[in-house]
Design a protein around this ligand. Sequence first.
Ligand code: FES
Length: 123
Amino acid sequence: DPEDKLTVNFVNRNGETLTTTAKDGESLLEVVIRHRLNIDGFGACEGTLACSTCHLIFDQQVFEKLNPVADEEMDMLDLAFGLRKTSRLGCQVCMRKDLDGLTVRVPVEVTDARIKSEVGKQS
Ligand code: FES
């Protein structure tokens, strides 16, 4: 697919880096789903801003370039486990050319705000 030409690196919970491709305008959640990346429990609400399982941690210089956080995203981020200053929800961040090659980290533990229990916790 000639549109599929941006690169995204996801650092998974076990420290492994999953390098994949993305299209301009595609959300990071869509990237994970389309490539069936093995990130346990990620995107449980399918991008409807109801779960916070798509929590990702960005590098500061990338974070500053992202689209602003909407109130709805902020409310859901507040419920995310292990929130950082550079945390965003992957379903609300879309790829752009100037984000090409970015690296995002998957938090070690996430909470699904819908069921108030931890998912994706690995031993
Ligand atoms: Fe549920 Fe992003 S996928 S809030």
